[in-house]
Structure formats: C-alpha cells, structure tokens
Design a protein around this ligand. Sequence first.
Ligand code: ADP
Length: 394
Amino acid sequence: MLIHADPLHLLQKDLQILLGHLQNKREELKFEQAHRDTILESIDDGIAVLDERDLIQYLNKKFASMFGTLSDGWNGMHISKLYNFLLDQGQVADVGKLSSVYYSVLGKRNLIADRCEIILKKEQTKYINVYTGPVSHPEKVYLGRVWKFQDVSQEKELAQMRMEFLSLASHQLRTPLTAIWGYLKMIDGGDFGDIPDKLQKPIGVLMHSTNKMRDLINDLLDVSRLESGKLVPKIERIDLGQIISDEVETQGSTAGLKSLQVELIPHGDTVLMSDASLVKEMVKNYLSNAIKYSKPNGVIVIHTSKVGKDVYRVAVKDQGIGIPADQQVHLFEKFYRADNVSTSEYEGTGLGLYFVKQCAAALGGRVGFHSQEHQGSEFWFDIPSASQSDLNIN
Ligand code: ADP
C-alpha cells in the first residue's frame, strides 16, 4: 500500500533541520567572536576595529585605558566621533600628524597601512605609534579597517639613553682620535722620514680603520647635535648645483674604485636660501650610499629639479643592490640597516639616512625613496627656499 507523506510533516522536518543548522552556525559565530575578543584583549596595543562604513565594531580595553575612555558604548558609532573625542581630550600633542593619517585613509578602502608617531600628554608623556590598514576578504572584498596604537615610550627612552651614552662617548673619543689621525697623516706624508717597506701595509690599515672611526664619531656627533637642537640652520644664499658638483668631485675617487659613472642632470635655477652645510651633508650621505651599495660599472644619476614654487628636489638614483620590500618601512630610522647589507662588504652605521631626514626636517623639507631589490634605488629630498622671515632667526 502506498503511503503519502504528509506535506506539512515534511516541511516541519525540513524546518527543524534548518533550525539545527542555524543554531550550529550561531554557536560557531559565538565561538569565533569569543576567540577574536580574547585575541584582541590579549594584545598589548590599543586596537580599534571598523566595518566597511567606518563604524566602530570593537575597541579593546588597552585602547580604552590609553585614551581614558570606556571600551563599551562606542560600538556602531562613526570613527569621526571617536576621533573628535580624542582631540577634545587634548591629550594628543601633535594633532597634525594624527589628522593627516586619519584624513588620508578616511573612507578609502584600499589604502594600505600608514603610520605616524603621536605624543600623549598624560601624567607621563607617552609615545604612540599609529598604524592603520584595511581588512579585506581573500576575494578582495573590503570588510573594514583596523587602527593600532602601539606604546613605544620604553623603546624611545632606551634609544634616548643609548644616544646620550654614544654622544658622550663620541665627545670623549674625538680628541684622542684627532691626535692619532694627525700623527698618522704626518707619518704617511713622510714628516718622520721614509716609511720602511714592511710598515707600509700596517700604516695603510691603521689609516683606513682610523678614518672609519672618525666617520662614525662624526656621524654620531652630527646626529646628537641635531637632536639636541644645538644645530640651528644658518640660512644663506646657496647654489645647490655647485654643492652637488663639489660633492661629486670629492667622492669621485671612491666612485672610480668601482668604475661607477656619476651623471648630473642639473636644473637651470639652483640658487636658493638654505643652510649650505646641512644640504652638503644630505647630498654627501645619499651619494656615498649610492656608491657603496652599487655594483661595479653601474651608473649613478643625480637629478636636480623644482617640484613646486621655491621647492627644490635632489634625487640620487643608482643601479645597486636595492632594499628588500619588507624592510623598506624601517628606512630612515636611527641605526636601521637592511639585512641585505649586513655583510662585511657593506660597512655602515645606519645613521646616515636618519641624519638626512633630521636635516630635511630642520630645513622644512622632506625625504623619500623608492627601491627594488637587485634593481636599484632612488633617494630624494625636497627643500624649500627659506623665506625672509626664516632669515630673521639668525
Ligand atoms: P649605512 O649606509 O651607514 O648603513 P644609512 O643610514 O645611510 O646607513 O642607510 C641605512 C640603510 O639603508 C643601509 O644600511 C641600507 O640597508 C639602506 N640603504 C641606504 N641607501 C641605500 C642604497 N642607495 N641602496 C641600497 N640600500 C640602501
């Protein structure tokens, strides 16, 4: 006998199965959420998670304690509310930096992580590194954005102590080193008679090593002078083209050792108001890096141009070893050296680029670069011609 299934009964069964699935999914979601919350709470950085409309989905407790708010109560609010709250608090010392990152990514879906350092003025000054990056689905669907606030005060303090120690040590070392260098030059120049053959090589090694030590100490002293604010730019009329060609001549013999060709592409107008010695240091650092990190027989091009009214750009391009992509974000940081140069073939201190950045900042300018590993790099700096009001400083 054929039994007809009751359609209502069948529907009820289907619904029960569906409900079971939904319940399972709900449990899974709850589990995922608890997982996510635990991870976000265990991180020692302030975290804000936004959805695709820039509405706040999550603030962790570290964020709340960093900025003196509650982590609950913000969910569903637009990021602008939180941003205004942070500004109203008056805790952020350099609002300009935070604003420029905030506005550069606001509403922009694909903008990759940007970062800046802000200073929080609470009972104790805190240095916070701000990062932000989009969250996207593997199929490139934009899901929102994460903001991360990392307290780097301790690292800063350590770096400061390291710098103070190095500055003190450099000052103490400079005097004896000057005497050693002076005598070595006199010996090498024959002031004490002919150098016996068997001493030629050791004296050469001594001169090379002493010279490297002088470079290191001079770099350290320059950096510490800039950082302590003792190095105030001396604004005068300078000829950028002349500074560059003088520097090319000075470093010509080093470039010659590697058979490198240095080409200049000058701009017609290169006279501006700036600090000659700081500009010279910047050119010197970029050019010496281009030489150091070039392979033999390469070409280095120094291009001078105008990139705005009274803003001059110097770009130094090489065909050298380049910088690995994952390390480029650290360039211009103090003591930073990429790991493709950490061989004895490329000696250095990791202070040159940092110094260039400080010089550019002191002159109201900025720095930048682009590079591809094994292909080469181009480093540039932009400096404005100082106005009459700047001239009155000195
Ligand atoms: P140093 O050259 O003494 O190590 P710098 O501060 O001048 O220090 O440079 C920091 C790092 O940046 C270098 O160690 C190197 O990794 C990278 N770098 C700088 N200029 C170049 C360049 N022209 N080509 C490749 N890497 C470079």
